[in-house]
Design a protein around this ligand. Structure first.
Ligand code: PGA
Length: 243
């Protein structure tokens, strides 16, 4: 299975970074599927850089609607028009900073699908929830309520306590959670659930990428901090399966 390595730049990067970063990617195009998700204003510059390279582009959010009076928001249709193919939805930072509920995430997924974007839907528990033994229940509930019946796309398991902290779950914990997610997806989507890629995210680095990407039901990685430097991101992508 060809794994997917997605880079989430979050609110980082400037226009001046796009050229050097794009050139570095183009100089050693990874064999796995790579998706770069920069801030909205950098999408057009990246689109121009990456056309024809096979490297895909994604946004970090979209609005639930097609257009209208929504100051500061961006529609899925415009993201598609600008040249992106993917959109990250329901990232824990959006769920926390912007109070996005599962219902809002689901409406955004529907908007993304209507624009023919591939949603990357994030789920994950807090450390308190994990310590209470509730991690799998929390994630299952997020899947049930964040994914519409017509869902196609990717799921990213991102334990909140592992994001940007340098801490990662044990391999056994990743295996258990990805197995639980697969089980939920196959029962929620009997026709397609077995094939939905499940990415792992949270402190993925060149040093741990190979071990994480080798685990069962890990279909790729969603990389934050380590995606900002092309050399680190390419080193992670080099660990991914390409067939
Ligand atoms: P991190 O972020 O790789 O910096 O931990 C991952 C994410 O939030 O997608």
């Amino acid at each position: 299975m060809r794994q997917i390595i997605a880079g989430n730049w979050k609110m980082n990067g400037t226009l001046a970074d796009v050229g050097p970063y794009g050139s570095a990617l183009k100089a050693s195009i990874p064999a796995c599927l790579v998706v770069i998700c920069p801030p909205f204003p950098l999408l057009p510059a990246f689109a121009a850089q990456l056309t024809g390279t096979g490297i895909a582009l994604g946004a970090q959010d979209c609005h639930t609607g097609r257009a209208g009076a929504h100051t500061g928001d961006v529609s899925s249709l415009l993201i598609k028009e600008i040249g992106a193919q993917y959109v990250i939805l329901g990232h824990s930072e959006r769920r926390t900073d912007h109070f996005e509920s599962n219902a809002i995430v689901r409406a955004k997924v529907e908007a993304a699908l209507q624009a023919a974007l591939v949603p990357i839907v994030c789920v994950g528990e807090t450390d308190t929830e994990r310590d209470a033994g509730e991690a799998e229940d929390v994630v299952r509930t997020q899947l049930i309520h964040s994914l519409p019946p017509e869902f196609t796309g990717l799921v990213a398991y991102e334990p909140i306590w592992a994001i940007g902290t340098g801490r990662t779950p044990t391999e056994a914990d990743i295996i258990a959670m990805h197995g639980a997610i697969r089980h939920q997806l196959t029962s929620q989507f009997p026709q397609t659930g077995a094939k939905i890629p499940i990415l792992y995210g949270g402190s993925v680095k060149p040093a741990n990428a190979a071990a994480i990407l080798a685990l069962p039901e890990v279909g790729g990685a969603l990389v934050g901090g380590a995606s900002l430097k092309a050399t680190e991101f390419l080193a992670i992508a080099a660990c991914a399966a390409s067939v």
